[in-house]
Design a protein around this ligand. Structure first.
Ligand code: GDP
Length: 347
């Protein structure tokens, strides 16, 4: 989705002229370096394309972008639908741009192909921020698998950083596996929770609590304020039960109101404290390197799987063995070994 705001007139003219012909890798890269939102959006579209040639071109751009140094902070934001993620991003994003930062908002929504991207990253939900020339908002890529959607967002981060965005906000919805994917692409992971009934801790997945670097109780306003205090105390107590993190960080519990614009600065101060201490103790860089290596390994696994599943002989042998398993002729484990032996012999 092209975004024309913040794009110099001469760049727009160039883009129009180039529209009918293919835009070169160099033009795209230079446009991104110059901060053109239109060319940034175009590069992300190529990246998300299912056409191999588009993807190749996007990767040539990414390679050039990787070489450009930056000082970005990647912040993941999760929470169940209705907790106030988009309101929070709108308020936090506006706070950051008011303080001279450039903010990109990306999203990982594995259901976006079903909902047509209406859940996350939708501009109509962040009306102020979408008008802000220092903000770039991109809806979740669509895709048939979470892995595919997450990979595109992960790669878009690089492009946004090269375009000069200091803060990358990655939103995801608090259901399913998408939080794990987002956690593995950000520096800081923020869990938004609702103030309300005393049974806050029930129904919250343990793994998500463990991943959080901070929990913010949103909607801490009006008659909810007292309940928010209570929830904050309860979460602080629960967090103390977890083993300390390797980087020495003790997760924080905060309260905020996205609509009243309270507690937002305090949350950002915590993120900055975290970044500062993690840069000092070396964990910031180390974490990014570990994440990169994990993405590589995961993607290799994914490609190997795709490679085998696309082979006709693999599909046929699998069908035969499935039938044998159904007929109780062979154990599932030995069948798996036979299948792999047979296929690797063909390679
Ligand atoms: P999302 O589904 O997590 O993105 O949640 P939204 O940002 O769309 O917010 C869901 C509803 O909660 C909307 O009606 C918001 O106006 C409301 N809301 C969001 N943040 C706050 C808040 O801090 N206080 C109050 N009172 N309402 C809020």
């Amino acid at each position: 989705m092209a975004n024309k705001k913040n794009t110099p007139i001469n760049t727009i003219t160039k883009i129009k002229a180039l529209r009918k012909q293919e835009i070169s890798v160099d033009t795209l890269t230079q446009g991104i370096f110059d901060g053109s939102q239109t060319l940034l959006a175009k590069a992300i579209t190529l990246l998300e394309s299912t056409q191999p040639l588009h993807y190749e071109k996007a990767n040539a751009v990414i390679e050039k972008c990787l070489a450009k140094p930056n000082n970005s902070i990647r912040l993941g934001i999760t929470g169940v639908p209705g907790v106030g993620k988009s309101s929070f991003i709108e308020t936090l994003g506006s706070y950051l741009t008011a303080n001279g930062k450039k903010v990109a908002v990306l999203a990982v929504d594995p259901t976006s192909s079903l909902s047509k991207g209406s859940i996350l990253g939708d501009k109509t939900r962040m009306q102020e921020l979408s008008k802000d020339p220092n903000a770039f908002i991109r809806p979740s890529p669509s895709g048939s698998s979470l892995g595919g959607v997450a990979q595109k967002t992960r790669e878009s981060i690089i492009l946004c950083e090269a375009a000069g965005y200091d803060i990358i906000l990655v939103e995801t919805v608090g259901v399913g596996q998408s939080e794990i994917a987002v956690h593995s692409m950000v520096d800081f992971f923020l869990l938004l929770k609702l103030s309300g009934a005393g049974d806050e801790l029930q129904g919250i997945k343990r793994g998500i609590m463990e991943m959080a670097d901070a929990i913010a109780i949103n909607k801490a306003d009006g008659s909810n304020l007292e309940k928010a205090e209570l929830a904050a105390t309860e979460f602080s107590r629960a967090l103390h039960l977890y083993a300390p993190k390797a980087n020495g960080w003790v997760p924080k519990v905060l309260k905020c109101s996205a609509t009243e614009n309270t507690g937002i600065k305090e949350i950002w101060d915590v993120v900055e404290d975290f970044v500062l201490s993690n840069r000092e103790n070396g964990f910031f860089e180390k974490n990014r390197k570990v994440q990169n290596k994990n993405w590589f390994l995961q993607t290799v696994d994914e490609y190997i799987k795709q490679f085998f599943h696309q082979k006709e002989s693999f599909k046929n042998a699998q069908m035969t063995l499935l039938k044998d398993i159904d007929d109780n002729k062979i154990s599932p484990f030995y069948a798996a070994k036979l299948l792999l032996d047979q296929i690797t012999k063909e390679l």
